[in-house]
Design a protein around this ligand. Structure first.
Ligand code: NDP
Length: 255
């Protein structure tokens, strides 16, 4: 089987789902040539697991990227470009995110704004700044259809951001988190519509409820299981699924 993509970038890859994405990509039988594992502090103690992983796989390049800091995003673009030379970036996975359990009673405007900054504005700016590299990858693939192998943006979303699934009393109010992920879903749809003529596929993926710092130990899915599913779904994406909202098993979710 061919590699999922020649080059992949993952945000928030020092722990949780992001770290496991990098681990499974690097360990796959046909790994990407370049895996840009990005996080806020790759050299610091919070990047330790990633540093250890990178020491075992020459395909992994650690890159500093704070998704709410424009100079940091631009610095990451330069770092990635210098590795890729003229080949462009095939696959961008916007995974970094923060949660908030604020209820109607407890929320304040700053918390709402902080969650929107990380879950909506950050991923959109990351796409904006990396767009020239994605376009370069899409062009060099010629007239091939849409796929992760050619050029793609994957936004890690959540079922909790689905407006269609939130008709009854929401089991978890989480106003900032749910509203931010619903907004991120709209961003995915807009990107899919705008970028498909440029040869770039855009999809939102719900990873399931996963045992991570965010998902907690109560979650039913292990991070290994979720990521195995996500990578299988990514390999299957095409023109037909561009602009879709899918879960880690490939099931379609209502927006
Ligand atoms: P974790 O809390 O375990 O990890 C979050 C990651 O995002 C960390 O690497 C964190 O870095 C990073 N991050 C947060 N803010 C920034 C920023 N400004 N710049 C760069 N990195 C940042 O979460 P998960 O791994 O569980 O979640 C990953 C994604 O999956 C999120 O988008 C989440 O919403 C989504 N998701 C998760 C579910 C679950 O059950 N776990 C369910 C549905 C969706 P740092 O260590 O520096 O804080």
């Amino acid at each position: 089987m061919a590699a999922l993509a020649r080059s992949v970038l993952v945000t928030g890859s020092n722990r949780g789902i992001g770290l496991e994405l990098v681990r499974q990509l690097a360990a796959s039988p046909r790994p990407p040539q370049h895996i840009f594992a990005t996080c806020r502090d790759p050299e610091g103690p919070r990047g330790k697991a990633l540093q250890e992983l990178a020491a075992q796989h020459s395909s992994i390049k650690l890159v500093q990227l704070d998704t709410v800091n424009l100079p940091s995003i631009q610095g990451a673009v330069w770092a990635v470009k210098s590795h890729l030379k003229d080949q462009g970036l095939n696959l961008l996975i916007n995974n970094a995110g923060i949660s908030s359990h604020a209820t109607l009673r407890s929320l304040d405007s700053q918390e709402m704004l902080d969650v929107f900054a990380t879950n909506v504005v950050g991923p959109l700016l990351v796409v904006k700044e990396f767009l020239p590299l994605l376009e370069q990858a899409a062009k060099s693939a010629g007239k091939e259809g849409l796929s992760c192998r050619r050029a793609a943006v994957i936004n890690i979303s959540t079922k909790l951001g689905s407006i269609g699934l939130c008709l009854g009393l929401p089991e978890a109010p989480m106003y900032p988190y749910r509203a931010s992920k619903a907004a991120q879903n709209m961003v995915t749809r807009c990107l899919a519509a705008e970028l498909q003529d440029k040869g770039i596929l855009c999809v939102a993926i719900h990873p399931g409820w996963v045992k991570t710092d965010m998902g907690t130990e109560k979650a039913p899915l292990t991070v290994e299981h979720s990521v195995r599913g996500i990578l299988t779904v990514l390999a299957s994406l095409s023109q037909a699924t561009s602009g879709a909202f899918l879960d880690w098993e490939g099931n379609s979710l209502p927006w």
